[in-house]
Design a protein around this ligand. Structure first.
Ligand code: ATP
Ligand code: PAF
Length: 288
């Protein structure tokens, strides 16, 4: 009999953020706001002789577009837990493009490993471990905290333990477009870039979806992160009266409201996304 655990975690589009450098990974992270989206990473895990991670990118119909092996942050989870499994991650959204997929892969993997080996971590233990893996590998700061639940999310403290996190639910559709990756470590590892980001950070949480867009856009403009291709798509959204901003951290744009999908379609493949109602979760444990 082979036991397989399946878990899912939604992605997260960060609209604005500010790094908090604590003394430990637990107290390090970011403040900020973003949207937890219904597409993310699905993980299947089964016991193996040694740790192995397979990353699969699929198209809209679930057909495999590419496959690679090895993911240091996910392997770190297994080392920390003292377990060995074959972990397969599947996603449709592009990796490294501001959809928080490293955090989604970590939360879904830790959830699946917890169930597979009956480790008793629980939701808080899973989130704490996934957050530590992100911070140790410099692959993200606030996405794990965000993906503990759904909605338009505002984080007023770093990390997953005790930070004030508020969520606004909405049935709006978000349209996202990616021109390619903007490697997270390049930005969050640069003191100059982080200083500009900190100076651009809005001090309050958005009250609603519209305010989330206006805060995000003001941040994007002041942060110095907008590149020419992103600028062209933002200008087109402005002309059409469509609220839009830049995906943090990716060379991409997200927009909402009437006409958003049509305007972005002029620039590339658009992902229509719903705001997620819930965060990471175990899907099933099956024996075959
Ligand atoms: N879907 C995935 N499955 C397994 N590992 C992943 C996945 N996505 C990211 N990773 C791991 O995290 C590393 C860093 O990913 P990165 O932070 O660039 O992606 P991201 O989280 O999608 O981007 P962003 O932080 O800009 O939203 C990858 O090199 C890989 O090791
Ligand atoms: C740093 C970041 C913008 C991208 O990974 C995100 O993790 C966040 O909002 O902290």
């Amino acid at each position: 009999m082979v036991r397989t655990a399946v878990a899912f975690c939604p992605g997260h589009i960060s609209g604005y953020f500010k790094k908090v450098a604590g003394e430990t990974p637990e107290t390090t992270g970011s403040l900020g706001a973003g949207i937890v989206v219904d597409e993310g990473v699905r993980v299947t895990a089964s016991a193996a002789d040694r740790p192995c991670v397979v990353i699969r990118q699929v198209d809209g119909r679930g057909r495999t577009l590419s496959e690679s092996t090895g993911a240091p942050p996910v392997e770190y989870l297994m080392t920390e837990l003292g377990v060995a499994a074959r972990v397969e991650t599947t996603c449709h959204l592009p990796i490294g493009s501001g959809f928080g997929l490293s955090a989604a892969a970590l939360l879904a993997s830790a959830t699946a490993l917890d169930a597979l080996f009956d480790l008793g971590l629980g939701r808080e233990g899973v989130a704490a471990l996934a957050h530590r893996a992100e911070v140790v590998h410099n692959t993200g700061l606030g996405d794990v905290a965000a993906c503990q639940g759904g909605g338009v999310v505002c984080r007023e403290g770093p990390g997953t333990a005790g930070a004030r996190i508020t969520r606004v639910m909405t049935d709006e559709t978000v349209h996202a477009l990616s021109f390619g990756p903007l490697p997270t470590p390049e930005v969050i590892g640069s003191p100059e870039q982080l200083a500009r980001v900190a100076a651009a950070f809005p001090p309050e949480c958005p009250r609603d979806f519209a305010e989330f867009f206006s805060f995000s856009r003001a941040f994007a403009e002041k942060s110095g992160l907008v590149r020419p291709e992103v600028r062209a798509a933002l200008d087109a959204c402005d002309e059409a009266g469509v609220p839009a901003s830049m995906t943090m951290l990716g060379l991409g744009v997200f927009a909402a409201g009437e006409g958003a999908g049509e305007v972005l379609a002029g620039f590339g493949d658009v992902y229509p996304l719903s705001v997620a109602e819930e965060g990471f979760r175990l899907v099933e444990v099956r024996e075959s």
